[in-house]
Design a protein around this ligand. Structure first.
Ligand SMILES: [Zn+2]
Length: 258
């Protein structure tokens, strides 16, 4: 038990380190910057972070959320991404233990975190993240006992196809781009992990979440300026995807009455 607790803490710490790397991706990918060079620095004054200024979560607390040199505020987003990634690793460990399943499912969660934060800020989803997710899901499907590569491909095809058709119809009949191609490719990624049923679940639950949050925000702000609180679709799809990743088996069995 004690041993398990130590592993749990270790896995959480490992997750925050990956989260720190996700922060680099979230900042640099949408800006078309190299993810390797230069090393981490303050975006305002260029101060290069020393190792103790770059420890996930802790450094943010010690530095009181400010650059050590120019005292510019550092966004709370950084420690939030690190903690979310740490939690993702811990929860994956609780569900899958230290295993191949842990590795692949944690890749799913890490990609989802990067994708959601980039989508929230820039309203785009970088192709390379969706592609890595799709390929990783395909490879995983080849070694999973409960899932086949056919399920994975069918999931991608059904999910991406459904969203693509929706985007096409929306554009044709309302003349507005309601859905981006990034969302379509995101479903190709999710489908390869979650299968056809999971893809449909993600679209259905993601849409409901979007409507509920959208109406709530519209009610709170009573604003005419809808763009102000317009949240991209990616994060809603992502929340639904994470739910299905952890509870998919239960959901599917319940729905299909198995
Ligand atoms: Zn600075």
């Amino acid at each position: 038990m004690e041993n398990n607790f130590l592993i749990f803490i270790f896995v959480f710490a490992f997750g925050t380190i990956i989260g720190s790397f996700l922060n680099v991706l979230i900042y640099r990918l949408p800006r078309d910057m190299s993810i390797v060079f230069p090393s981490s620095h303050c975006p305002k004054c260029g101060h290069k972070l020393r190792w103790y200024e770059n420890i996930p979560v802790f450094s943010y607390i010690f530095l009181k959320g400010k650059c050590n040199k120019c005292k510019t505020s550092i966004s709370l987003k950084y420690p939030i991404v690190e903690i979310l990634t740490g939690l993702s690793a811990s929860l994956s460990y609780l569900k899958w233990g230290i295993s191949i399943d842990f590795a692949f499912n944690f890749v799913f969660l890490a990609l989802v975190i990067a994708i959601s934060f980039i989508d929230l800020d820039f309203k785009i989803i970088p192709d390379e993240l969706n592609l890595i997710g799709f390929l990783s899901g395909l490879i995983y499907s080849a070694i999973r006992a409960d899932f086949s590569i056919i399920d994975a491909l069918l999931g991608s095809f059904v999910g991406a196809g459904f969203l693509f058709a929706t985007a096409y119809l929306y554009l044709k009949f309302r003349g507005i781009e309601g859905l981006g191609m990034g969302d379509v490719k995101l479903l190709a990624f999710f489908g390869s992990y979650l299968g056809w049923f999971g893809s449909l679940f993600v679209i259905f639950v993601g849409s409901i979440l979007g409507v509920i949050v959208g109406l709530t925000l519209a009610y709170i702000y009573k604003s005419e300026d809808k763009a102000k609180f317009e949240i991209p679709f990616g994060p809603y799809l992502s929340i639904a995807g994470v739910l299905y990743l952890f509870f998919g088996e239960i959901i599917k069995n319940w729905y299909l009455g198995v």
